[in-house]
Design a binder for this molecule. Sequence first.
Ligand SMILES: Cc1cc2nc3c(=O)[nH]c(=O)nc-3n(C[C@H](O)[C@H](O)[C@H](O)COP(=O)(O)OP(=O)(O)OC[C@H]3O[C@@H](n4cnc5c(N)ncnc54)[C@H](O)[C@@H]3O)c2cc1C
Length: 220
Amino acid sequence: MASVAVVVGASIGGLLSGLVLAEVCDKVVLVERGELSDTPAHRAGVPQGMHAHGLLAGGLAALEQLLPGLCRELEQRGCPTGDNLRDTAWVFSGRRLALGDSGVRGMTVARPLLEHAIRRRVAELPNLSIRTNLRVTGLLYGAGRVKGVRLVPALGGAAEELTADLPRPTDRYRPSQNSGDFSSKWWLVGALKRRSRSATSRRRSGPREFHGDPAKSGAH
Ligand SMILES: Cc1cc2nc3c(=O)[nH]c(=O)nc-3n(C[C@H](O)[C@H](O)[C@H](O)COP(=O)(O)OP(=O)(O)OC[C@H]3O[C@@H](n4cnc5c(N)ncnc54)[C@H](O)[C@@H]3O)c2cc1C
C-alpha cells in the first residue's frame, strides 16, 4: 500500500519535514491554513515574520545540507553572511563585545525570503503537494494510531478527512550506521523510530521539568 504522510503547516518546519518525508514516503501532503505567495511576502500565519531574523551557523549548515546551494542563492539575493564575532556587533549591558575571529559563520535573512527560497525548492518535489487555505481541526484515529487529519476550508465550508499512512522505519529507510549520515537529513526518520520508545518513557516518568540553567541540566 502507498505510504502517505500529512504535515500540518507549510512554514519552514513543515516544508523541511515534507522534504525529508518525501524520501521515505510515496506521497506527502502539506496542509496550510493560510495563503502562500509566489513571492517572498509576509503572511498572517507567521506573525513573527516581519521581525529581523539571523540564521546561526548550525541552522545554516543544516539547511545547506538539506537543500544544497541554498546559502549561495540567499547570498546572491542580498543576505549578508559573516563571522558571528568579527562581523556582528554584540552589545551586552551597553558594552560591545571585543571583535575577533570565531570561525562561526551566520547569515542575516528576512524570514519571508528564507521561507520562499525553501518552499520554491520543496514544491518541486514530484511526490509532494501543498494544499492551502485549509485548517486542520483535529486528528483521525483508528486501531490505536493516528490515521489522518480533519480539515475545514479556512474561509468556511464543508469539513474533509485526509488519511495518512506512515511507513514503519525499516532497513530500506535506515542510513548506514557507518555512513556518518545521522545529521539533519535523518533526524525525522530517526524520530519516527524513537516515537514509540519516547511515548512509553513519557508515560512512565511523566513530563520533565527543568529548573535553573538548562545548559547545566542537559536540556536543549
Ligand atoms: C520575535 C521573534 C524573533 C525570532 N527571531 C529568530 C531569529 O532571529 N532566528 C531564528 O532562527 N529564529 C527566530 N525566531 C523563531 C522562528 O521565527 C521560528 O522558530 C520559526 O518561524 C518556526 O517556524 P515553523 O515553520 O516551525 O513554524 P511557524 O513559522 O510558526 O509556522 C507554522 C505554520 O503552520 C500553519 N498552521 C498553524 N496551525 C495550523 C492548522 N491548524 N492547520 C493548518 N496550518 C496551520 C501556520 O499558518 C504557519 O504557516 C523568532 C521568533 C520570534 C517570535
